[in-house]
Ligand binder design. Structure first.
Ligand code: NAP
Length: 472
């Protein structure tokens, strides 16, 4: 595919191959963008931002809503692209494509809701004859940088709200999975989006990222990806707005009054979908000693039922990881934990990019599979003897994106909600759950700012305060 910059589809002599993670075949190629392309995109986005800001909310709504309808009609095609470039099983890709259409529909609605507020200035002492109100205006140029693991869904969380708010957007998709984003841009153009207002620049983030993020014409950066790249972008960005959706090593607390079978089902769904490459994957299970053994028995057999293979084949329950390097890294971390005393209950084998669904018990907080983000199909279980220790362990991390507890005890559940430092808190489900309309984002080093169209539009607009000084 070509990239979309300067208001047109552009090719380059130098290409990057997009590989199918399952068999290494070339799915397509994309142009390798460079610094000149960054400049073209920024210049064009300046014009795009002017055009978008002049459109009415309803005009923006009509275009964005049309895209959501087109996406719903083409779910199958979109899902296939996702699976081919990312490697998640087709059922998960179909769910991603459906949710992506929903995000765009929600964004369209937000285009009609850029409310200001009347401020009661005369409520201040000695103030008389003043009328004040706020006006919300677009930021201007938004840069959206996305990771490989949800190549359509997460791009929609950036593009939909940016355009709904009246901005121009430049998308920089992950180099491993750029095709879904390029397809989305095609749909936006087909629906009538001004070509200057939506651009998709392909190429290596380490080459073009700094140029995009440092430029003063950009007023807002919305980034989803790893903690370290997020931190780098914050340094580079300087004085501009940023939303950071970063990583995690999400904990799931299991108290002794929980049903082991129910927890096992939720932990499996939460820990192994997309081969564990989900920012809110359950990575650390913190199980009370009163349920530890029963839970492990139930969980082990559930994990052993997860079949691996070609993600396009219906019986496959888990596909490959995105790169062989990552599968090797995961394998090394598990081996290191086992040599330090953890117990491998199932999995632990690697076949190219497929790493078997792996369950490790007796995990210590100082092991890398516990304190770092593993981002692979591995769940580690640690035994505790009370709710205090469980909460302390859940919080013993720099991350804070999602956390979960299984209990029927309302006091334990409320302590969990109040005391665990996490942006998302699940009671009686695993850590991996999200409705796209909710405010979603992390605490601590999992990031800052919220996504979900209503909240993202808020972060992609500026508030101006107007004050009328009225004569008597
Ligand atoms: P990544 O390596 O951080 O890459 C994310 C994006 O940043 C890619 O588009 C990448 O481009 C780009 N990039 C790389 N260097 C850059 C630079 N110097 N300046 C600007 N952009 C740069 O992350 P990933 O491996 O794709 O995704 C996995 C991570 O994302 C995990 O940590 C996961 O937890 C996190 N994540 C978080 C959420 C959330 O909502 N909180 C959701 C999904 C994923 P290239 O591909 O060209 O290198």
């Amino acid at each position: 595919m070509r990239m979309h910059i300067g208001g047109e589809w552009v090719d380059k002599p130098e290409k990057i191959e997009v590989l199918n993670p399952f068999d290494g075949s070339v799915v397509d190629t994309i142009p390798r963008g460079d610094h000149d392309d960054v400049e073209t995109a920024l210049k064009t986005a300046e014009r795009g931002a002017e055009i978008m800001a002049k459109m009415t909310g309803y005009e923006r709504y009509e275009i964005i809503h049309k895209v959501s309808e087109m996406m719903s009609e083409r779910t199958e095609e979109l899902a296939r692209i996702i699976t081919l470039e990312e490697g998640k099983i087709l059922a998960e890709a179909t769910m991603e494509a459906g949710r992506a259409a929903e995000i765009i529909a929600l964004s369209a609605e937000e285009a009609k809701r850029l409310y200001g507020e009347v401020i009661p200035l005369e409520g201040g002492p000695g103030v008389k004859g003043k009328l004040g109100f706020t006006v919300r205006v677009p930021c201007g140029i938004v840069v959206g940088i996305s990771p490989f693991n949800f190549p359509l869904h997460l791009v929609c969380h950036k593009v939909g709200p940016a355009l709904a708010a009246g901005n121009a957007i430049i998308v920089k998709p992950a180099t491993d999975t750029p095709l879904s984003a390029l397809k989305l841009v095609e749909l936006f153009l087909e629906a009538g989006t001004p070509p200057e207002a939506i651009q998709c620049l392909t190429g290596s983030g380490s080459v073009i990222g700094d140029g995009l993020c440092a430029d003063r014409r950009v007023r807002k950066i919305t980034f989803t990806g790893s903690r370290d790249i997020g931190e780098r972008i914050c340094h580079t960005a300087g004085l501009k707005r940023v939303t950071m959706e970063l990583g995690s090593n999400s904990p799931l607390i299991v108290m002794p009054d929980a049903d082991p079978e129910k927890v096992a089902a939720a932990a499996a769904a939460s820990g192994y979908s997309n081969a564990g490459q989900v920012c809110i994957s359950t990575q650390r299970v913190i199980a009370h000693e009163g349920i530890y053994g029963d839970f492990l028995d139930a969980f082990k057999s559930t994990v052993e039922d997860i079949s691996t293979g070609d993600p396009l084949d219906t019986p496959t329950k888990m596909g490959p990881m995105i790169r062989e390097d990552d599968a090797i890294r995961v394998s090394e971390w598990v081996d290191e934990a086992v040599s330090d005393g953890a117990e491998l209950l199932t999995g632990g084998e690697r076949n190219g990019q497929i790493y078997a669904p792996t369950l490790v018990a007796n995990v210590k907080p100082e092991m890398k599979i516990s304190y770092d983000e593993i981002f692979g199909p591995v769940v580690g279980v640690t035994k505790v003897s009370n709710i205090d220790d469980a909460i302390a362990l859940a919080n013993d991390t720099n991350y804070g994106l999602s956390a979960a507890i299984f209990t029927e005890n309302i006091d334990w559940a409320m302590r969990f909600v109040r005391e665990v430092d996490s942006g998302n808190l699940m009671v009686n489900w695993g850590t991996q759950w999200r409705a796209d309309l909710m405010p979603y984002g992390g605490l601590k080093e999992s990031g800052m700012g919220k996504e979900g169209p209503k909240y993202a539009v808020q972060e992609m607009t500026e508030t101006k305060m107007a004050i009328f000084h009225l004569s008597e």
